[in-house]
Design a protein around this ligand. Structure first.
Ligand code: SF4
Length: 80
């Protein structure tokens, strides 16, 4: 079963601990040393938001729960 959900990453809060990367491989290290979602050329972006429609919301939630600074939020639906 797939779920539509939105993942937001507050890069201003991100501390580059990378606990998220090992829980969900959609999180990657950007060239500025902070985490991002998807493409790695997000330097300077304060918040990256991605929407997904798949069966991996649990991985995203685990990444969010693992983040020591609560920089990741996961919400179901695509329009909030
Ligand atoms: S776990 Fe949080 S602080 Fe660490 S890299 Fe991921 S988003 Fe940034």
């Amino acid at each position: 079963m797939t779920t539509e959900y939105r993942v937001a990453l507050d890069r201003a809060a991100c501390d580059g601990v990378f606990a998220c990367l090992v829980r969900d491989d959609r999180f990657v290290e950007a060239s500025d040393g902070l985490a991002t979602i998807g493409a790695t050329d997000t330097d300077g972006e304060e918040t990256v938001v991605a929407t997904f429609d798949d069966d991996r919301i649990e991985a995203a939630r685990q990444a969010a729960a693992a983040c020591p600074v609560d920089a990741i939020s996961v919400s179901e639906g695509s329009d909030e």
